[in-house]
Design a protein around this ligand. Sequence first.
Ligand code: FAD
Length: 172
Amino acid sequence: MSPPRRWGGSSEATGAQADRAGRVAVEPDLSLPRHPEISVIGDLASARSHLPGHDPRPVPGVSPAAKQMGRTAAGNILRRLAGQATQPFRYRDYGNLATIGRNSAVVDLWTPWRRIQFSGWLAWVFWLFAHIYFLIGFRNRLVVLIDWASAYWSEQRYARVVTGIDPRATDN
Ligand SMILES: Cc1cc2nc3c(=O)[nH]c(=O)nc-3n(C[C@H](O)[C@H](O)[C@H](O)COP(=O)(O)OP(=O)(O)OC[C@H]3O[C@@H](n4cnc5c(N)ncnc54)[C@H](O)[C@@H]3O)c2cc1C
């Protein structure tokens, strides 16, 4: 399939519509409109969560959502092959973890029983192990652990997000 144009538009081959961020609009079961044989998941999909008893809600662009979409799409492919009805995507939000410094983080978890919130060093350790635990495969986990340990001890940052223009760069 030719990729949808960025900043809105549609693919000539499939008629798939893309939003301003270049994400492809999908059906509730994550397939393309008029193309049930094609599923779009993860950051590429402009998907909604269809929880029973709730209005459909936009799905955030995070790893757990991408993994859950993968499972739903795979299940729906098997259902189609078995001649069964597909299921809408339902995003299960387990909560949020975020680092707020070199040794500090915040944890906000939704468990089946109660909401758990804590912050500080313990939260940072929790954040560290949660990220490594959810990486797929032992090799990935080991590589990331070594990478992060190296970044921690050398105080180097390998990923940066540029969120604005440094006024010092423009004031001449
Ligand atoms: C800086 C940053 C920080 C983030 N932090 C977090 C976080 O803390 N927690 C969190 O949950 N989410 C975080 N996210 C979001 C998270 O990374 C994404 O939501 C998630 O990776 C989406 O998974 P995906 O499989 O859709 O896409 P990706 O993980 O991007 O995987 C797409 C893969 O497809 C490959 N690919 C692309 N084009 C082609 C092609 N033509 N042929 C073959 N392969 C191709 C790419 O190389 C890539 O490996 C972060 C994102 C960024 C950018």
